[in-house]
Design a protein around this ligand. Structure first.
Ligand code: TNX
Length: 524
């Protein structure tokens, strides 16, 4: 290991010498400031030359943190897939003549203010990507991917060369949490379908995927100590389909896949309402006084756990413990929305008890804004989805707020009255409406410092596969990526819609069934 480190160090310091020997290429002018980056970086300075990416390019990384090397391998994998190369990472032995290098470097520069900050220095012969943490390096890698043009230029050399415009990019996120939510309870989505969604989210610098794992229509995660939750509760879904569930192994695989992209999974067990599937599996949980039966419709608010039974809390202790053990991320989402048949005093008692169980298992609780009616801890996050009064109360108590206003950020709202999928109880949300709002000032009573970030929920009453998911999520989720990452002064609909139009090659390569909104002049 040491000898490899020495070797790579030697390669890097001898680069300057190598560069003087190698054939000079006079790159044409390219302009870094006109590349269609989403989210828009904090600052871009163009120097009007280019780095020529070709199959001899060398990728090197800091070796003291294996996660940096992983970020390098992720870049190599994507470049190789896109351009048909076979680039390796930190494999300097067979390269005594390095023409061009991409170096992914751990730096403690004070200019890197957040864990996800990064700097890119792009010159003719080298690209330096600096970041304090591997998460920052990974975000910078996404920018680099977006900088690689679709077309190569082979008039300069005897082989194809992809010209990356030269200059500097300084970048960091506006909010620490940039998430999407997928409801896998109303309809089940397979591990592969969720992974595809994660891939696209990662490209736009998302760092959280909240999985709505349980609802009236289905329970989707295996709990070893309560097996009927999935044996019985996993077999139903909206419309009477076959349902499905993740084994704990499946779930670990998803968590790791997301972690490899510096995305956390936020698991949600929605309660005390939205619990019909759990009560069908174990009827003692039921608190609505009626006989429970499987439910495959789309009404809400008719189910509840019995908040007065100790056995319900013993059950929940097991469920929260098992899920917390599978979840390296800091959050556990307890739901808490639309508990219309839970008595108010029972609801408050329930939320306060369950929040404590979550903390006992080492997690921070998150819940839909209704939970702020209870006395919640200041470490608990309230997720705003409807009227702001509960979220304002939570913020006054010191809690952070996650913004998901249904009128602006619900991915399951239809674009317009002709939309094939989706609902419209909150609003129609065309692509411009989705983009044209400011999370930092959306609720004037909530100061920016108390906003954890934004999250775009995709409820699945009307969708059941990737194509339908993508129709609702894209392109709007690309806009939410920019709202969560980019500085307000860098966000502008007219400029954004031109950059969005240029995402077509990427979306087509990924086989994304995006909604081709007429508001955008899509690249052909
Ligand atoms: C409201 S938003 C719900 C969900 C539905 C969604 C449909 C929230 C916390 N609860 O149960 O799926 O509307 O848009």
């Amino acid at each position: 290991m040491l000898s490899r480190a020495v070797l790579i160090f030697a390669v890097v310091i001898s680069l300057a010498a190598c560069q003087s020997k190698k054939k000079e290429i006079n790159f044409p002018k390219t302009d870094l400031s006109t590349v269609a980056l989403i989210p828009k970086p904090v600052k871009t300075v163009a120097t009007n030359s280019a780095f020529g990416l070709d199959s001899n390019t060398v990728i090197l990384t800091t070796l003291t943190d294996s996660e940096f090397e992983k970020a390098g391998r992720f870049l190599a994998e994507k470049v190789n897939a896109k351009l048909g190369f076979d680039l390796k990472v930190n494999n300097a032995s067979d390269k005594d003549e390095i023409d061009r290098v991409i170096y992914i470097n751990q730096s403690d520069s004070v200019d890197l203010k957040t864990p996800e900050s990064y700097q890119l220095y792009i010159k003719k012969d080298s690209i330096y990507l600096n970041a304090k943490t591997a998460a920052g390096a990974f975000r910078g890698v996404q920018t680099l991917r977006q900088l690689i043009p679709e077309q190569s230029n082979d008039t300069l050399t005897d082989h194809p060369l992809w010209l990356i415009p030269s200059g500097k990019i300084y970048d960091e996120p506006l909010f620490e949490y940039r998430g999407a939510m997928l409801d896998v309870a109303r309809h089940f989505f397979t591990v592969d379908e969720v992974k595809k969604f994660i891939d696209i989210l990662a490209y736009y610098k998302y760092n959280a995927l909240h999985l709505h794992l349980t609802d009236d229509q289905g329970w989707r995660l295996e709990i070893k100590s309560w097996p009927k939750l999935t044996e019985v509760g996993g077999k139903t879904e909206v419309g009477g389909g076959e349902g499905g569930f993740y084994t704990q192994e499946d779930y670990k695989d998803l968590v790791q896949y997301a972690a490899d992209r510096h995305i956390i999974i936020v698991p949600e067990v929605d309660m005390p309402g939205h619990t019909n599937a759990a009560s069908v599996s174990y009827p003692f949980l039921n608190g609505n006084g009626k006989k429970v039966a499987p439910y495959t419709g789309t009404q809400v608010g008719f189910s509840t756990f019995d908040a007065q039974k100790d056995t319900v809390y013993a059950f929940l202790d097991d469920v929260i413990r098992e899920i917390s053990e599978l979840s390296p991320g800091p959050y556990f989402h307890i739901g808490g929305d639309e508990s219309h048949v839970t008595k108010k005093k029972d609801y408050l008692y329930f939320v306060e008890k369950v929040e404590k169980i979550v903390r006992k298992h080492g997690k921070r609780a998150m819940g839909w804004n209704e939970i702020a009616q209870a006395k919640i801890d200041s470490s608990t996050v309230a997720q705003l989805w409807n009227e702001p009064h509960n979220a304002i109360k939570a913020a006054e108590g010191g809690s952070k707020i996650l913004l998901s206003p249904a009128k602006k950020a619900y991915l399951d709202m239809q674009y317009d009255s002709l939309s094939k999928y989706g609902l419209h109880w909150a609003a129609y949300i065309p692509v411009d409406t989705a983009y044209n709002w400011s999370p930092e000032t959306y609720v004037p009573e909530i100061p920016k410092e108390q906003i954890l970030g934004i999250e775009a929920p995709l409820w699945s009453e009307t969708i059941s596969n990737s194509a339908e998911l993508e129709y609702l999520a894209f392109p709007r989720a690309i806009g939410y990526a920019e709202l969560g990452w980019s500085q307000p002064e860098n966000r502008n609909w007219e400029d954004y819609k031109l950059r969005l139009a240029q995402q077509v090659p990427y979306l087509n390569t990924m086989n994304v069934n995006f909604y081709p909104s007429k508001l955008i002049d899509w690249e052909k």
